[in-house]
Design a protein around this ligand. Structure first.
Ligand code: NDP
Length: 246
């Protein structure tokens, strides 16, 4: 029990906004050593006053992912928790979304997580402990209208995480999957903008515009949950008991 309450070295991606920002703040407030990563470092400047160290990272850059993990281990001597939270939704009809954009979404939502995980695992195995928390979505289990590519990435995140959990348990590494519902962040507005943009001048335009307007409305109103709902789940996962290494 005491061991679980020890301060941990944590890397969280997508810390410049939404759930990642809130989680970085909360985890640092609990006395953990938190590194927050994102492309927009300026958005993380205010996290410094809570003790979070901001790092510039584009998760689609595999060598930067590796360097980030190595830098943290060099500084702290370990990495206890990796939180793969960076992600976005590029909504649009399957016919409308360019494959380049569809692949980019996989690069961020799935392969970014994979690159960081692969970089962290050797250190976590050597420590005989570690926690990897992957932020999927309710949309990793059910599909919403015109969100096909996004859901495909999150369904993949689910399979990836479940497989990883089975493989790493023997080394004392815990893999936690969190599946948030609708949370009030920029996510919905970004997804809705992609949706309207992808449909311009095409066969799906009218429907896409209606759905896009509905998403903007939902994410501006009071229907969506506070990011703290997810922050609490992340915090529980960080402090949960890990499997015993064999
Ligand atoms: P936000 O848009 O507020 O935050 C997304 C974060 O991801 C930003 O910090 C952004 O940082 C980061 N990000 C995006 N692309 C990259 C990239 N290439 N490299 C590094 N970082 C990147 O959304 P949320 O907080 O809502 O999203 C967090 C996670 O939760 C995502 O995985 C999302 O899919 C998931 N989710 C969201 C739900 C919701 O309703 N809000 C519901 C279920 C799941 P930057 O742009 O600075 O790089």
């Amino acid at each position: 029990k005491v061991k679980n309450m020890e301060k941990k070295v944590i890397l969280i991606t997508g810390a410049s906004s939404g759930m990642g920002y809130e989680a970085a703040k909360e985890l640092a407030g609990q006395g953990n050593k938190v590194y927050g990563a994102a492309r927009r470092v300026e958005k993380m400047a205010s996290l410094k006053e809570y003790g979070v160290t901001p790092l510039h990272l584009d998760v689609t850059d595999e060598s930067s992912c590796k360097e980030t993990v190595e830098e943290i281990v060099q500084r702290e001597g370990r990495l206890d928790v990796l939180i793969n939270n960076a992600g976005y939704g590029s909504y649009g009809a399957i016919e409308d979304v360019d494959l380049t954009e569809a692949k980019r979404q996989f690069d961020v939502n799935l392969f970014g997580m994979a690159a960081l995980t692969k970089a962290a695992l050797p250190y976590m195995r050597a420590q005989h402990s570690g926690t990897i928390i992957n932020i999927s979505s309710m949309g990793g289990r059910i599909v919403s209208f015109m969100g096909g590519w996004y859901h495909a990435t999150k369904y993949a995140v689910e399979a990836f995480s479940d497989a990883l959990r089975m493989e790493t348990k023997q080394f004392g590494i815990n893999v936690v999957l969190i599946e948030p519902g609708g949370i009030k962040t920029n996510w919905g507005h970004i997804a809705a903008d992609h949706l309207a943009e992808s449909a311009k001048g095409g066969a799906y335009e009218e429907t896409a515009n209606r759905v896009s307007a509905g998403m903007h409305k939902q994410y501006s109103g009071n229907m969506m949950s506070d990011p703290k709902v997810v922050t609490r789940a992340i915090s529980r996962a960080v402090n949960a008991r890990r499997p015993r290494p064999r």
